[in-house]
Design a protein around this ligand. Structure first.
Ligand code: NOJ
Length: 742
């Protein structure tokens, strides 16, 4: 099997595994059909993270034994009360599983996941998930609905903020690290939580970037682009997977047997829990593939989906479906077995109250170490998009004007999906600069929503005109990305561009700090503002982490995990695109000018804009420079059983220490299906002192050359390949070729 899936039971010792299996089977044989169906029913306790569905009396349901898991509960006391109802008051006494969306930190909020992925450093992703798990598990949470592993290539879609960007390989590496961070190596420990790879699968391909919109992708696209981060999560041992809202082959993912039973379970070997998304079962009716809840319940249980998040379809219909011999009871048993196994692995049969310890919660929440970790991740997540004439870093003794509502906004720094994050915990850029820079004057210039009043504008212009340098915070509010936050226009909201224009006009050099949960269209800014630092939504340590970069205490090493389009009309635009029949890039044509004749016209291009994006995948500047030399392969021909060793020397040619993210791309010249122009296959962060060099070695094997071939199978096809190594997907510094033979 290509994917080395690790089940939850595989991760237990043989003795523990046997004990869990025994308890699960005993329970299964004791539960009535109604009670088993109740286990598959998940309800919402507190604030809702979706549209209201039915009437949810959670306490009554738990007391009656009709609920197996609960999401979005309030505090520890509520968690304990619910658990007591389940264990001590319900007839069956089976403990509840408590779930919450812990996406980028629980109380100590880290950068949003897209920002974290910009670190290109899986250790950072693992660290943030580790801290999040420690705090969540001390707050009564057993199960987080994270990581989101959706590959996103359309920045209009607000949920690109929640995952790791446009590339299957980078997303896979980051997703694996997140799963390891959440689950650790012992799920019964008191500082780990069950992870959930979501949304299975293809959600990132929502048409036109519109949230909850339809998806229509080929099987090849599914397997090559959207599936790999799920496979990586299964290899990391993820204990649950969430159904996506979207269609695949015109069948909603939750009720799609081909996706769940055939692909996820049979082909990829996933033995653990599949949970629906919020009412995604119920939405089968809206998609027009079921006329009532009975048809919904039948389709979903037959597809292999186990837990019903809030739709009530299983709760109201499964018993009848079994009694009428429409659905085989063994399907219900299998789903319940998977859920009970999770409860067993989490240690809930040993002690259902193990996660409710107020003392532990206060000791483990928002500690200095956690804040330090959040700052480290936030430093590494920033991407220096441009830095003309080395405007940054600042010396710190300049007269600095700080402008922008976002520089003073605590709540925006937390991003969307902030779990228990509290704006009061945030150190803003304004607070930090006031502490660390002697001469700094703040003028709001605009509100946090980007609106600029005449007084604000005049005040900001005066402040900037009097300063040596201006730091201007611009971007989105936190609620403009995340779930249900698609945008058609990706430029700076409100009047922020006009504000920047006026500030640039003063002649004082401007460094913009950009806050966003997605790539924005900032072509004007890229042309006129000398320095731009993408800070995403950095979390509780926003101010200190950004100041570390602005003041040169941290040399930025973040790289874009997603392409920044020049304008919305290019979307979707991503680096690993397929070749076209009329490639404009290979023709000797200036694509920034309109075509002048037939030869220039009949190419894959626009009449009015170039094809190239503003900033490509992998792009990111540093305060130093790196040179690449001596790229070599240890063979010019290899068989599919052999490995290929790639070496390259990287030198820090500047005068300060820095980190280069060495990126290795593969180009498969000819395949039975058209192959992308290049694909990321490896990367490594290399720390180099000024003047230092290092040799980086990458090992490649057949699995790296495999793809979904025209034979409908994964295989590495013989032929010519290029190894491209460099600083970014559009800044390849060295190329070597080799031949793959049978
Ligand atoms: C809907 C979202 O799509 C999903 O990601 C989340 O986990 C659930 N709501 C629960 O809040």
């Amino acid at each position: 099997m290509r994917t080395q899936t690790r089940s939850l039971l595989d991760q237990c010792s043989p003795e523990r595994r046997a004990e869990i299996e025994r308890r699960v089977e005993t329970l299964l044989s004791e539960l009535t059909l109604e009670q088993k169906v109740g286990q598959l029913n998940q309800l919402n306790a507190d604030f809702a993270t979706g549209t209201a569905v039915g009437d949810m009396d959670v306490e009554r349901g738990v007391f009656d034994g009709d609920i197996g898991s609960v999401l979005n509960f309030g505090d520890l006391d509520e968690a304990r009360r619910l658990q007591e109802l389940a264990v001590e008051e319900s007839d069956h006494g089976v403990p509840l599983l408590l779930a919450f969306d812990v996406i980028h930190g629980h109380r100590t909020i880290f950068p949003v996941p897209l920002g974290e992925a910009a670190s290109w450093n899986p250790e950072m992703a693992e660290l943030s998930a580790r801290v999040a798990a420690t705090e969540a598990a001390a707050s009564g949470i057993h199960w987080t609905f994270a990581p989101s592993v959706d590959v996103g290539r359309d920045p209009r879609w607000g949920r690109v903020m929640e995952a790791a960007g446009e590339d299957p390989y980078l997303s896979s590496e980051i997703s694996k690290a997140r799963v390891r961070g959440f689950q650790g190596d012992d799920l019964s420990a008191d500082d780990t939580v069950l992870a959930c790879a979501k949304h299975y699968v293809g959600y990132g391909a929502s048409e036109a970037g519109r949230e909850y919109n339809t998806v229509d992708i080929s099987e090849t696209n599914l397997r090559e682009v959207h599936l790999p981060p799920f496979e990586a999560s299964l290899e990391a041992g993820v204990g649950s997977v969430m159904n996506a809202f979207n269609l695949y082959e015109r069948i909603p993912a939750s009720g799609n047997e081909k996706l769940v039973n055939d692909l996820l379970r049979d082909e990829l070997g996933f033995e653990n829990l599949v949970v629906s998304d919020w009412n995604s079962f119920g939405e089968l009716r809206n998609h027009g593939v079921a006329s009532d809840l009975r048809e919904v319940a039948r389709a979903c249980i037959e597809a292999g989906s186990d837990v019903d998040m809030v739709s009530g379809a299983y709760a109201t219909e499964l018993v009848g479906l079994v009694e009428d011999d429409v659905v085989d009871e063994s399907l219900v048993d299998s789903a319940v077995r998977r859920l009970l196994t999770v409860k067993g692995v989490l240690g809930l049969f040993d002690d259902p109250y193990r996660y409710f310890d107020a003392d532990r919660q206060s000791r483990r929440t928002l500690t200095d170490d956690h804040r330090e970790a959040a700052r480290a991740v936030a430093r590494e997540s920033q991407v220096l998009l441009k830095n003309e004439d080395d405007l940054l870093p600042l010396d710190g003794d300049e007269n600095v004007a700080l402008v922008g509502g976002l520089a003073d906004s605590d709540t925006d720094m937390l991003g969307a999906w902030r779990a228990e994050g509290d704006p009061d915990d945030v150190t803003t850029l304004r607070t930090t600069l006031a502490d660390r820079v002697e001469n700094v004057t703040y003028a709001a210039g605009c509100d946090r929503d980007g609106t600029v009043s005449d007084t604000q504008l005049a005040d900001a212009v005066d402040t900037v005109a009097d300063a040596d340098v201006a730091v201007v915070a611009v971007g989105e509010r936190y609620s403009q990305s995340g779930e249900a936050a698609s945008r058609a226009h990706l430029d700076l909201p409100g009047d922020q561009r006009a504000l920047l224009e006026a500030l640039v006009e003063t002649g004082t050099p401007v460094a913009a700090v950009l806050f966003s949960g997605r790539p924005l269209t900032i072509d004007w800014e890229a042309e006129h503002v000398p320095a731009i630092l993408e800070a995403w939504f950095p979390g509780v340590e926003a101010g200190p982490a950004i100041a570390d970069v602005l003041l040169g205490e941290h040399n930025p090493s973040g790289r874009l995990p997603m392409t920044f389009p020049l304008t919305e009309g290019q979307i979707p635009v991503y680096y690993n695109r397929l070749k076209t029949g009329r490639p404009a890039e290979d023709a000797d044509v200036d694509l920034t000018e309109p075509p002048s004749d037939h030869g220039e016209k009949y190419l894959s291009r626009y009449l009015d804009i170039p094809n190239d994006p503003l900033y490509a995948f992998g792009h990111g500047e540093s305060y130093t420079d790196f040179a690449y030399t001596d790229l070599s392969l240890d063979a010019s021909t290899i068989t599919t059983d052999e490995t290929l060793s790639v070496e390259v020397t990287v030198e820090n040619t500047g005068d300060r220490a820095g980190t280069e993210v060495v990126q290795l791309y593969l180009r498969d010249a000819v395949g039975s299906r058209s192959r992308p122009v290049r694909e990321l296959a490896r990367f490594e962060n290399v720390d180099l002192d000024a003047g230092e060099s290092a040799t980086v070695t990458f090992e490649l094997a057949a699995a790296d050359f495999e793809f979904w071939t025209a034979d409908e199978a994964y295989a590495a096809e013989p032929g010519a390949f290029e190894v491209q190594v460099g600083h970014a997907s559009d800044d390849i510094r060295a190329v070597e070729r080799f031949e793959l033979v049978e």
